[in-house]
Ligand binder design. Structure first.
Ligand SMILES: NC(=O)c1ccc[n+]([C@@H]2O[C@H](COP(=O)([O-])OP(=O)(O)OC[C@H]3O[C@@H](n4cnc5c(N)ncnc54)[C@H](OP(=O)(O)O)[C@@H]3O)[C@@H](O)[C@H]2O)c1
Length: 298
């Protein structure tokens, strides 16, 4: 079978919508750099941009989209409901749409299963949790302002809780979670697949200053393929059936991270990368008022 041209591939969600396999991440992309990064990415052929209210850069992301000249309807935009906004879902989406300068987003995610009290970010609401938030989010697609709804940072335990709630009528279209060879979470990925939830891999390069960038196994494979370690990490994510959203504000990296057509990793290379001995998460839950991770592969 011929290797895929991943830059043109999409994954079909349980709603029938098609999410482009490769997107540009924008966490920690500063307002003065993200506008250009988004423009460069879209002009290089990316058709999927991942942002969030919490990144503080939705307005600049929106400007970058306009600067690119690529029609809005050709672009997949994901943004996320921030934790202190769980009781204000309507307000949250309206604020994001206004900042982005668009009248709909393709995917709206609950950023974390933490309904944080906005008057004290160390506290969780006593009378509200993510199940209540989801009940509100389910109303959004009917308005046309949100094409798909999903979750992020949901472990199996919390997905089970969500499904057990009688108000849950909509299965999340996507669960966006941390995935890279130091945190491959095969059980969670398989669970989502079984339930018809598409998985997007965040921190797919191992995030900022990643130890993965100097991993020996990764380098050996990258050398053998004649590809950069970053490209090998992205191909690993794609071949597992997850969409990937590498972040960069560097034009040359944005462009080179998109060289994902016409080559592939062998089963053995995939296996080697999935079996690295070092296991850890980059994005923990210690900063949240509630525990959301329950092991390295929930
Ligand atoms: N849902 C969530 O809770 C959540 C959490 C974390 C992340 N995310 C999303 O996932 C996206 C990706 O995750 P991430 O930002 O944590 O990290 P990442 O994409 O794994 O890694 C980004 C880092 O890699 C560098 N980089 C990019 N391409 C490179 C290349 N070809 N060679 C060497 N270094 C390279 C970037 O540097 P430069 O920018 O300086 O080029 C940056 O320091 C985020 O931006 C965000 O959109 C979501």
């Amino acid at each position: 079978m011929a290797a895929k041209n991943w830059t043109k591939e999409t994954f079909t969600l349980n709603t029938g919508s098609k999410i482009p396999a490769i997107g540009l991440g924008t966490w920690q992309s500063q307002p003065n750099e993200v506008r250009n990064a988004v423009k460069v990415a879209l002009q290089a052929g990316y058709r999927h941009i991942d942002t969030a209210f919490a990144y503080g850069n939705e307005a600049e992301v929106g400007e970058g989209i306009k600067d690119s000249g690529v029609p809005r309807e050709d672009i997949w935009i994901t943004t996320k409901l921030d934790n202190p906004w769980h009781k204000r879902v309507e307000e949250g989406i309206n604020s994001s749409l206004k900042s982005l300068g668009v009248d709909y987003v393709d995917l709206y995610l609950m950023h974390w299963p933490s309904s944080t009290d906005p008057s004290d970010l160390k506290k969780h609401y006593p009378d509200w949790d993510f199940k209540d938030t989801w009940a509100e989010m389910q109303k959004l697609p009917a308005s046309g302002r949100v094409k798909n709804i999903g979750v992020s940072n949901f472990a199996i335990k919390n997905l089970e809780k969500l499904f057990a709630d009688e108000r849950t009528k909509t299965t999340p279209a996507v669960n966006q979670i941390e995935l890279h060879p130091n945190n491959p979470s095969p059980k969670l990925v398989d669970y989502c697949k079984e339930k018809g939830i598409h998985v997007t891999a965040y921190s797919c390069l191992g995030s900022t200053n990643s130890p993965l960038q100097s991993d020996k196994t990764l380098h050996k494979i990258a050398e053998a393929k004649g590809k950069s370690p970053s490209l090998v990490l992205l191909m690993w994510g794609l071949q597992r059936g997850t969409s990937v959203i590498p972040k960069s504000v560097t034009a040359s990296r944005i462009q080179s991270n998109f060289e994902l057509d016409g080559w592939e990793l062998t089963d053995d290379e995939m296996k080697q990368l999935s079996s690295l001995p070092d296991r850890f998460k980059v994005c923990g839950d210690s900063w949240l008022p509630v525990k959301v991770f329950f092991g390295d592969d929930e």
